[in-house]
Design a protein around this ligand. Structure first.
Ligand SMILES: *[C@@H]1O[C@H](CO)[C@@H](O)[C@H](O)[C@H]1NC(C)=O
Ligand SMILES: *[C@@H]1O[C@H](CO)[C@@H](O)[C@H](O)[C@H]1NC(C)=O
Ligand SMILES: *[C@@H]1O[C@H](CO)[C@@H](O)[C@H](O)[C@H]1NC(C)=O
Ligand SMILES: *[C@@H]1O[C@H](CO)[C@@H](O)[C@H](O)[C@H]1NC(C)=O
Length: 312
């Protein structure tokens, strides 16, 4: 099984595309994290990358007792898609989605605003405004409207604005940009908030709280989050996600999750997490990081055993 291999061929990416830079940056981030390892436990952050996070505290939550947390029912509920399937794919190369079907996944995204190639029939592409840089904002209105015209019901916003190697925006800056670029689409599509990391304050929930505090006129339909830790630390993921859902009382999308560990640890983890996420009412959608060779697909595009677990 090769799925935990992190060898990613940059030849997968078309040179010169600015949107691709975001993808590469994401991969770079994961590779860095895997090389350096992450601290385990509730204080897990992207500490290996962000010095300021190293000294920071645990991810905050208003509900510190598990009794107050949203609990997973074990059956699929709260799904954001009419298919009833919360599962999605994050991809760079659309050809690597073709072995999946709409009975397995409802949605897909590539951190960009458009994609080339084809997604499986009835799988919705959801565009993202990656950051407030001109590179992304200059094309956003056109691309977001095109996606809506083509049936997309959701628009995603900023990728890890709380991380200095990703969108790197202050909460105030993100709120201001939201009003200019996202808010005009309120009511035309459901708007997915900035996707924060599970880093400790001032990252993660602290960043999101400040964003919400600055964004009092914003229509945020869904809150998005990413979470990475050790595959042996399922309890942390489940507590963090259910506390998050309780605290914000709004549909949550887990738009990236991943785990370090051996192949068998990661596979066990993913199987358990799919059941957990399907069963947690507050979660409307989720996407494993990510649909790439050596992870969900083999070199020939066929599904790995990890992918079989993901879609089982
Ligand atoms: C896609 O959706 C249409 C309309 O619901 C349906 O007729 C068609 O069978 C679906 N295709 C697949 C591959 O599921
Ligand atoms: C629009 O949706 C159809 C059907 O889902 C898909 O085949 C097509 O590629 C989409 N076009 C764009 C621009 O997203
Ligand atoms: C607005 O965001 C800034 C950081 O960008 C933060 O210092 C401030 O506390 C936030 N305001 C509110 C009301 O949350
Ligand atoms: C959570 O949201 C629902 C619907 O949006 C609302 O009816 C309920 O009062 C909220 N609960 C809390 C504790 O704010």
């Amino acid at each position: 099984m090769k799925f935990t291999s992190t060898i990613v061929s940059l030849s997968l990416f078309c040179a010169g595309s600015l949107v691709e830079a975001a993808h590469i940056s994401n991969i770079h981030r994961l590779k860095q994290a895997q090389v350096h390892g992450r601290r385990s436990g509730p204080s897990a952050t992207y500490t290996s990358i962000t010095a300021s996070a190293t000294a920071s505290g645990t991810p905050t939550s208003s509900s510190s007792s598990s009794a107050a947390s949203a609990t997973s029912t074990g059956t699929s509920s709260g799904c954001s898609f009419s298919s009833g399937i919360k599962r999605g794919l994050s991809f760079n190369d659309a050809s690597l989605t073709e072995q999946f079907t709409s009975s397995q996944i409802s949605w897909a995204y590539n951190w960009g605003q458009t994609y080339s190639g084809n997604l499986p029939d009835n799988v919705t592409f959801i565009p993202m405004l990656w950051s407030d840089s001109d590179t992304y904002t200059s094309t956003w209105q056109t691309n977001a409207q095109a996606a809506i015209d083509n049936g997309t019901e959701y628009l995603m916003s900023y990728n890890e604005p709380d991380l200095n190697t990703q969108a790197n925006m202050t909460p105030k800056q993100a709120a201001s940009s939201w009003m200019t670029y996202m808010e005009p689409f309120a009511g035309k599509a459901k708007l997915v908030g900035p996707a924060i990391t599970n880093g400790g304050s001032p990252m993660g929930e602290a960043w999101l709280d400040a964003f919400i505090g600055n964004c009092t006129q914003c229509t945020i339909d869904v809150y998005a989050m990413h979470i990475y830790d050790s595959a042996t630390n399922e309890a942390y993921y489940q507590q963090y996600i259910s506390d998050f859902a309780s605290k914000y009382n709004k549909t949550v999308w887990v738009t990236e999750f991943g785990a370090t560990g051996s192949d068998s640890q990661v596979q066990t983890f993913l199987g358990d997490m799919v059941g957990f996420l399907d069963g947690l009412d507050g979660v409307g959608a989720y996407a494993w990081f990510m649909d790439e060779v050596g992870n969900l697909v083999n070199n020939d595009g066929s599904l790995t055993s990890l992918a079989e677990t993901y879609v089982a």
